[in-house]
Design a protein around this ligand. Structure first.
Ligand code: NZQ
Ligand code: ZN
Length: 385
């Protein structure tokens, strides 16, 4: 097992009606800014429930954080935080609102140009405004991690930063608050969670017994939930399991002490930046192609997954690996997600552009062995063509 430090201070309040506990999480004198996205939070009743839970407390609201949150919009929230003397941020939404709020948290206290926070991958973070979240879309795990992905319209960049100071102080997860999600977003959450676990599992054996079994438990659960969730739109237990799985898929525990890949995400972020494809859908294109190109270096874990999660016992090792890849593609397709770039009309020219963006962002040594060069990234994209 590899050495690791694990730290996760986020308090989770999970279940039906838990938004009512908001009041207990905040000091009575807190000056709160509630941040949200488009119309969904109001329409679904989550925002009204949050307002009620905040009671007589002094709070302001900032709406309009878009999917794939932009620096341009978030800097407007930074101005509000500064001018109103806000001392607590409450994100009400999915990954975009939570990530955006983390950026506002760090940018509002940053002495300098806040984009530095992204270019330094979070090292530049100074002080922060503390934050909490009310989750409406289980997918990214942002509610229990210290990561944030921000886009900049003017340059077309989509960059990630991480810093322990932006862990949410608390996150409220009420599965009934996800009932209003369009099915497209629900399945995005299933696919994103699946790939989060895979990025921390599908590498090489590192004798992380607990991590492997934990990852395999999450993967089995996600496959099972994926098969049920489309036909059970308001099934509490399905939604509750989806929500808890998504949080654990990226709260740091699965990846502690084991190698991690993240190639699929890094290439996927470039596809979203250039073509505005939903985050999870980029992963459905890249991940199967990554498995095909890296089947030799991932061989042992592919076989472990084949036997422990998919229960594949027939055929040679190579046949079972073929079956893993075919079943992974079929899983994404069953969620209605294309697994080829051609599904988005992206051809050779697009592949060259994405490789150029990877180079520009220094993504030249990806993967668990840091040996995925630009040439191999190109090969992955060509395999996904
Ligand atoms: O804007 P509104 O009207 O609120 O609609 C949103 C949005 O259009 C809607 N929605 C959210 N909750 C809803 C709802 N609609 C109805 N009912 C509800 N309960 O869903 C749409 C998509 O929301 P978004 O927050 O963009 O989706 P998601 O949670 O998938 O987040 C994606 C973002 O997270 C980043 C991605 O790159 C992307 O920018 N990621 C963040 C990570 C992290 N912080 O750890 C890791 C991930 O790998 C990912 O990169
Ligand atoms: Zn993701």
């Amino acid at each position: 097992m590899l050495n690791f430090e694990f730290y996760n201070p986020t308090k989770i309040l999970f279940g039906r009606g838990m938004i009512a506990k908001l009041d207990e999480q905040l000091s009575p004198s807190a000056k709160v800014l509630v941040l949200y996205g488009g119309a969904s939070a109001e329409k679904s009743g989550t925002l009204p429930e949050v307002r009620q839970a905040l009671g007589q407390r002094n709070f302001k609201e900032f709406g309009g954080i878009e999917a794939n949150p932009t620096y341009e919009t978030l800097m407007k929230a930074v101005e509000v935080v500064r001018s109103e003397g806000i001392d607590f941020l409450l994100a009400v939404g999915g990954g975009s609102v939570m990530d955006g709020t983390k950026f506002v948290s760090a940018a509002a206290k940053y002495d300098g140009e806040p984009w530095d926070i992204l270019t330094s991958q979070g090292e530049a973070v100074q002080e922060v405004v503390p934050l909490g979240t009310v989750v409406t879309l289980p997918a990214t795990g942002s509610e229990m991690n210290s990561l944030s992905v921000i886009s900049r319209q003017s340059t077309g960049d989509k960059l990630l930063f991480g810093n322990p100071k932006v862990f949410p102080r608390f996150s409220i997860l009420d599965p009934t608050r996800t009932y209003s999600l369009p099915m497209r977003q629900v399945v995005n959450g299933v696919a994103d969670s699946f790939v989060h676990v895979m990025e921390q599992y599908m590498t090489y054996p590192a004798q992380g017994m607990v991590q492997d079994r934990y990852a395999e438990g999450l993967l089995s659960s996600i496959l099972e939930i994926g098969g049920k969730i489309v036909d059970a739109p308001e099934d509490y237990d399905v939604r509750a399991n989806m929500m808890w799985v998504a949080t654990q898929a990226l709260n740091g525990l699965v990846g502690a002490g084991v190698p991690e890949d993240w190639t699929t995400h890094m290439i996927g972020h470039e596809l979203t930046a250039k073509y505005h494809i939903d985050h999870a859908r980029t992963l459905a294109v890249v991940f199967p192609a990554l498995l095909k190109v890296r089947r030799d270096s991932k061989r042992e874990k592919l076989l472990q997954y084949a036997s422990r999660v998919l229960h594949l016992t027939e055929g040679t090792d190579d046949e079972r690996i073929d079956a893993v890849i075919a079943q992974t593609e079929a899983f994404f397709e069953s969620l209605g997600m294309p697994t080829r770039l051609s599904g988005y009309d992206i051809g050779q020219e697009g592949i060259t552009a994405i490789v150029g963006q990877l180079e520009q962002h220094g993504m030249t040594a990806l993967g668990e062995h840091k040996d995925i060069t630009l040439e191999i990234s190109r090969q992955i994209l060509e395999t996904a063509a």
